[in-house]
Write a protein that binds this ligand. Sequence first.
Ligand code: SF4
Length: 331
Amino acid sequence: MYIPGGAEDAVLILDRLETHFKVRTKPFARPLSVHAVDDVSLAIRKGETVAVVGESGSGKTTLGRTAVRLIEPTGGRVLYDGQDITHTKMKNLMWLRRKTQIVPQDPYASVNPAFTVFKILEEPLIVHHEGTTEEREDRVHKALESVKLIPPDIFERKFAHMLSGGQRQRVAVARAMILDPELIIADEPVSMLDASVRVSILDLLRQIQTDRRVAFLYITHDLATARHFANRIAVMYAGKLAELGPVGSVLAEPLHPYTQALMAAIPDPDPENRFRKIAALPGEPPSLVSPPSGCRFHPRCPIARQGLCEVEVPALRELRPGHFVACHLAV
Ligand code: SF4
C-alpha cells in the first residue's frame, strides 16, 4: 500500500479508493458510469485537518461520504485505525458511527425543527446508550458551552427557528462533538453562512481540533477558507487528486495549473465571485460521466502539451517534501 504523504498515526486511510455510480439520464436509456472518485489514496492523521478542495462535481463530497461508508466504495480500501472496514456489514459499524461524525453544509436542514436544542443534542447520546439522564444533561450543557452558546440553559430550550444561521451551525458542531468523535467530516460547513460568521465558525472548528485532537476532513470549494483551518490541502479535479501537500507549501507554491487557477481567484473578497472565476476557466468544467483520457484537466489546461497530456494519466509525484502533484510538466 502506497499512501502519498505517508500513513503513520493515521486515523483514516483511503487506499486507491474508487466510487463509481450508474445513472440513467432518461428512462430506458443506457446507464452511464459516473466516476465520482477515481484511484484516490490519502491518509488523515490523528488530530490533523485535511482540506479537500475542488469545484462542484469534483467528487469531494462523494469522497467524504465514501470515507465513512455512507456510500459504498466500488474499489480500493477504507481503513479506520488500521482496521479494514471496506466491506464490513453496516450492523457491525455502530462503533464507526460513534467515532466519526458529520457537520453538514446546511445549518437549516441539519437540525430537526420540532426538537429543542436540548433534544437535538441528547438524541445521539440516547441512540448510543450513553449515560444516565443527569449525565446526559451535563454533557449537553458542556457541549453548548464548548461551542460558545452561553448560557446553555437558555439555548437548550430554543427551537432551530429561534436561532441565527451561525448559532444553528454551532448546534450542528456541538451535536457532532457530543460523542467525542475521532474524526469529523465537515462538508462545506461555512458556505451558507454570512462572511462575518464564517471566520468565527472556522475558528471554533480549529479550537476543537487543537483542544481535543480531533481529525477533520474539511470539504470546501473555497481554497481561501482552507488556509484558516487545514494542515494539509488535497486538491481534487474530476474525481482525482491533482495536488496534495502541507497548507503552507501548496498556498505559497501551487504546482498544478488547476491549483494555480484556484489561487488566482483568492484575492476576490466574494467567495461566489471566486467560484465564478474558476468556473470561467477555458473549456468545459469537469465531467464525471465521461472523463477525458490522459490528464483530466487537459481540456482546460493553459499549458497542456499535445501528444502527452491527452494520452497519459499523470502520476502523483513528490516534488517538494510532502508536496505531491499530478502534472507531467510540473517541476
Ligand atoms: Fe496541464 Fe498536462 Fe499538467 Fe494536466 S498534465 S495539468 S494537462 S500540463
